[in-house]
Write a protein that binds this ligand. Structure first.
Ligand code: SF4
Length: 238
């Protein structure tokens, strides 16, 4: 690990123990295929006939004016997604919170800063990844997304996944992981493994939500092992 990565980790409160000159990382987990899900299937659909940038602009415009579910009534604005449109890594969260609803960008505020720092520590500044949520509008009071809302909004995310065509996906938080993998398994059982998403088999890794890590700092080291797994996946495919 570079001195810079160690400095980033120290700043966010992660201690990485070393042994014989190597960073202690988890055993490589076997690839575990997930049950195909509606979200996964739609994500595997062929790329739109008209590719970037027109497809991006059309998709963004559709989301901006979307009234498919009741969340359009309470949103300040939609939160489409941000980052590099040909990113190697696609980060998928659950839904906008209050800060995101105000600023129109996913993962801002303290949780966003922690996510940024963890990504930087594996050599991926925020500008190098693409970040999106399952829901593009904030659920009132930060309640969990309802399945009908996620079902109506997922086609937008599926189109984003198809357009970015990432080498790996990082599902951030329980809601995101359970929805993308269509499972009720607790996040503790989902993290630490590599799933294959959609028929394209894009590797998908699950980690804790940074908002949870802010409340439970002892779990930061666990989340760091997930990030290391992502880094390894990207390295192997380089
Ligand atoms: S959450 Fe998604 S489906 Fe619901 S109004 Fe917003 S963009 Fe449309």
């Amino acid at each position: 690990m570079s001195a810079r990565a160690e400095r980033y980790l120290a700043e966010i409160g992660i201690t990485v123990y070393k042994r014989r000159g190597f960073v202690a990382e988890p055993e490589r987990a076997p690839t575990a295929p997930a049950e195909p899900s509606p979200a996964a299937r739609s994500a595997a659909e062929p790329l739109p006939a008209v590719e970037t940038p027109q497809a991006w602009e059309r998709l963004a415009a559709e989301v901006r004016s979307c009234t498919l579910c009741g969340l359009h009534k309470t949103r300040t604005q939609t939160v489409f997604g941000v980052g590099r449109r040909d990113a190697e890594l696609l980060v998928i969260g659950e839904a906008p919170g209050a800060d995101e609803d105000r600023q129109g960008e996913p993962f801002v505020g303290r949780a966003g800063q922690l996510l940024n720092a963890m990504l930087r520590a594996i050599g991926l500044p925020r500008s190098e990844v693409y970040i999106a949520n399952i829901l593009k509008c904030r659920p009132p009071g930060n309640r969990d997304p309802q399945p009908e809302e996620a079902g109506l909004c997922t086609p937008y995310l599926s189109r984003q996944i198809a357009l970015v065509n990432p080498r790996a996906i990082l599902a951030v938080g329980r809601i995101s992981a359970q929805w993308l993998l269509q499972t009720d398994s607790p996040i503790g059982r989902l993290r630490g493994r590599v799933f294959q998403y959609g028929t394209s088999g894009t590797p998908l890794v699950v980690t804790y939500h940074p908002a949870y890590l802010l409340r439970s700092p002892l779990q930061k080291a666990t989340a760091w092992t997930d990030l290391c797994m992502v880094r390894e996946l990207l390295r192997k495919q380089a």
